[in-house]
Design a protein around this ligand. Sequence first.
Ligand code: ADP
Length: 402
Amino acid sequence: MTKTRVLVLNSGSSSVKYQLLDMRDSSRLAVGLVERIGEHTSRLSHTAFTARQTREQTGPIADHEAALKAVAEELARDGLGLDSPELAAIGHRVVHGGRTFTEPTVIDDAVLDEIERLIPVAPLHNPANLTGIRTAMALRPDLPQVAVFDTAFHTTMPESAARYAIDVRTADRHRIRRYGFHGTSHAYVSRATAKLLGKAPEDVNVIVLHLGNGASASAVRKGRCVETSMGLTPLEGLVMGTRSGDLDPAVIFHLARVGGMSVDETDTLLNKESGLVGLCGDNDMREIRRRVDEGDEEARLAFDIYVHRLKKYIGAYNAVLGRVDAIAFTAGVGENSAPVREAAVAGLEELGLAVDGDLNAVRSGEPRLISPPGTRVAVAVVPTDEELEIATQTYALVAGTG
Ligand code: ADP
């Protein structure tokens, strides 16, 4: 029997998201989510498209091992179990691959050790990713398991973009540099944008704006990332749902000296209590727009700060790339918020950028152009699909090995 299925696992600290795909036509066979692992109110929701079934269970799921076993049972109930001979591999999302992992990688002991060695630069994410991998390996030790890294697409950034201007020895000792994140999305969307233009990725320069709850921009020259807005951690860059993005690092000293705040308190402030939520109390762009339309000044200012930052990055990445063929909006806000897209591009006609009001208002799950015909730079909405990208990269690596 041909092995054409790939299970994609995204293991967070208290959740596991999964999708089972058939790579013959990239179709989804099943998707699901286990939340609140380790609590009494854990919840597993599972949808099998093959059986047109959605099931939910609540109740304690103690740890990742129990979570994955529950997922395996759900899949088995729909005839899609982990023991299926059609399963080719499991693809794992791993947040931080440092400088080591520039490509998707088949996981062995050495790879596990290296992901572990990177924990100091990704203390929140890599431990959870590792737990997911180890559990999956214990369940199916014979099956190829592949790590697909959020940072990998950005490893092509030149040193001039990847280095901070701090003492080189200190930076190297602590592996401080700009790694970038959301790379799987930036890779997928930049290629899909080239396709939308009817061109090969090598023939276009694209600015990708991944605007979800986390948000990042990237400049992609001829298919290779040359700059991105997130840095050592996902805190740098754009204004996000709860993260501040760029700020003068001296704000942190000031908060410590004058505000008496500890490192952990400042970490929480900047990662969880800043960005849109810090500015106006809401981090959902739908709610913010509703408030703006009602004349709420706080929401208006939050929106304006969000868009102002976005515009600065669009301008900067125009300078980095020299020539831009397309700007692609993606993720929750980028795919759905016409006002954000319109405001981000407003006034940039000199850069060849414009948005057509009618095209921008269209709601669709398909990649589409929203710039008026004939403008020099294409402005596009390109839905991201990180799971499909992980499955595609995983399958490309293992196809033919079984
Ligand atoms: P993440 O994967 O980073 O959690 P998503 O890419 O799913 O985030 O984006 C979530 C965000 O997208 C929400 O917080 C909300 O601000 C925004 N969003 C989702 N749907 C809409 C919509 N219809 N209009 C405007 N914004 C939306």
